[in-house]
Design a protein around this ligand. Structure first.
Ligand code: HEM
Length: 497
């Protein structure tokens, strides 16, 4: 029984950091050809064991937290940003309780209230932001342009603060909050992940911003506790104020504050990147953009009058297959998170079917390694997905059609058929589609993200046509989240006067 093969590298310590950092997918494809589905690479002195494919995901994401541990892998990055006593700064059982508290705030009742708020925020943005000055002129023929990432980042934080984060955050967005957020965000990068503490200005700014933001939240939480700050029925803070740990203790103010910061960081780049990628793809694919628009006309049009739509509701959003497929497919081809890591607390044997056919005998992943699962890799696997590299939303609405053929025929190595029933695909730890992860650390923000993105995209497509002469950009992997490279300007024009 041996450790998995180590990827060949020229420079000790640095190892494969450059190849992995520049293009992890290409790196994994090359390694898979040489070493099979299980191999170890050196990442700045750390030993990272990658387990590829749906089976690799299952092995890692379905593993016990006592052997594959998330806190040990992430806390040095997240705790300086989120603050103490939440998420990966507490034992997993406590964090699981905190996740349950957050789920309580992500209720259907709250979601119903959010849709109108998000629509309003997007409309206000489009009618006031300088990027949309051509749109604001109410000319149907003129083309204008906007920077997809910048616009989506602004709309995402506006809509998340209006809904989840609460009025106090929304009111301060253009004031003190913006700079604090920028400084804190500057501490949430791959550099911070690799080097938790460097004597650099950005690290000092991060630490100062964490304190300021935590105090900002704690300040108005205190006001709310004493009942002096109006109605906040539907936001997350209101929900957290009512929760109690199993021990009977309520959440402390700084714990609520730091959970709110964690949610802000978890939702901001993931949702805004997804929204930007969806618009970039729609700008290139007139046929899909048109289908999306026609779906809106069919569901919400008023007496066939051009440009007249009734407002969206939460129930409507759940019944729009084209919109759903656009988001789903964007998350397949451009998932924000390409690598999920866990620290290995004990020697773990690799199931023989996972390492086959390259391995001889059984591998052991040694204690002290980091294991890495890449749902992205499985989502692009040409043996699972037909035309895997192609952004083709129709594949999700056509279970009988050719687009799904490869998917339908997929069986695991034991010959057992895998269930790809609609909506079932992203649930299991062994699914080849896991943009939100799987297992005990699975995302709890999925429904919120769908609601937020669905409302944003609907509002855009109702009002504008798009094109992108420069084509859909390539992936930039140097950011924490998979972002489009520049240029990423989308041209737009009003559909209706
Ligand atoms: C966990 C993706 C939006 C909160 C995760 C994980 C992934 C993910 C892959 C698993 C991480 C791991 O196993 O290490 C996404 C994507 C999003 C999104 C693609 C949007 C398109 C959100 C939003 C929120 C959120 C909006 C909050 C409202 C969380 C939380 C966890 C999580 C609390 C749990 C972390 C854990 O248990 O260790 N997300 N997320 N996410 N996400 Fe999201």
């Amino acid at each position: 029984k041996t450790a998995p093969p180590v990827v060949f590298h020229w420079i000790p310590i640095i190892g494969s950091a450059i190849e992995y950092g520049n293009d992890p997918m290409k790196f994994f494809v090359n390694c898979q050809a040489k070493y099979g589905n299980v191999f170890t690479f050196i990442l700045l002195g750390r030993k990272v064991t990658v387990c590829l494919g749906a089976k690799g995901n299952n092995f890692i994401l379905g593993g016990k937290s006592t052997v594959f541990n998330a806190e040990d892998a992430y806390t040095h990055l997240t705790t300086p940003v989120f603050g103490p006593d939440v998420v990966y700064d507490v034992p997993n059982e406590i964090f699981m309780e905190q996740k349950k508290f957050v789920k309580f705030g992500l209720s259907t009742d709250n979601f119903r209230a959010y849709v109108g708020m998000i629509e309003e925020e997007v409309e206000e943005f489009l009618s006031s932001d300088p990027a949309f000055s051509t749109y604001q002129m109410k000319e149907t023929t003129e083309w204008g342009s906007f920077e997809a990432v910048k616009v989506l980042a602004e709309i995402t934080i506006l809509t998340a603060s209006r809904t989840l984060q609460g009025t106090e955050v929304r009111e301060n967005l253009n004031k003190s909050f913006a700079q604090i957020y920028t400084d804190l965000d500057g501490g949430f990068t791959p550099i911070n992940f690799m080097f938790p503490n460097l004597p650099l200005e950005s690290y000092r700014k991060r630490d100062r911003a964490q304190k300021q933001m935590s105090e900002f939240f704690a300040g108005f939480i205190k006001k709310r506790r004493t009942g002096g700050s109006g109605q906040h029925d539907h936001d997350m803070i209101a929900a957290l104020l009512n929760q109690k740990y199993r021990s009977g203790k309520a959440l402390k103010d700084h714990e609520i504050a730091n959970i709110m910061i964690a949610l802000l960081m978890a939702g901001q780049h993931t949702s805004s990147a997804t929204g930007a990628w969806a618009l970039l793809q729609l700008a290139e694919r007139d046929d899909v953009a048109d289908a999306l628009y026609q779906e809106q006309v069919k569901h919400f049009g008023i007496n066939g009058e051009p440009g007249k739509f009734r407002p969206l509701t939460y129930e409507d959003l759940r019944d729009l297959p084209v919109l759903d497929s656009v988001i789903r497919e964007t998350l397949r081809v451009h998932p924000p998170i390409h690598s999920i890591m866990r620290a290995v607390r004990d020697d773990v044997p690799v199931p023989p079917t996972l390492a086959a056919p390259k391995s001889e005998g059984t591998y052991i992943v040694p204690k002290g390694h980091v294991v890495l699962a890449s749902p992205f890799f499985a989502q692009m696997d040409p043996t699972v997905w037909k035309n895997a590299n192609k952004w083709e939303p129709a594949r999700w609405n056509d279970p009988e059609g050719v687009a799904m053929m490869a998917l339908k025929e997929y069986t695991d190595e034991g010959g057992e058929k895998i269930d790809f029933g609609f909506g079932a695909v992203s649930k299991g730890t062994d699914s080849p589609y896991q943009p939100f992860g799987a297992g005990r650390h699975r995302c709890i923000g999925e429904q919120f993200a769908y609601l937020q993105l669905g409302t944003i995209l609907s509002t855009f497509i109702r009002k504008m046509e798009f094109k992108i002469p420069t084509g859909v950009p390539e992936h930039n992997y140097h950011t924490m989240i998979v972002m489009p490279k520049t240029p990423r300007d989308i041209q737009y024009r009003r559909r209706h006067v």
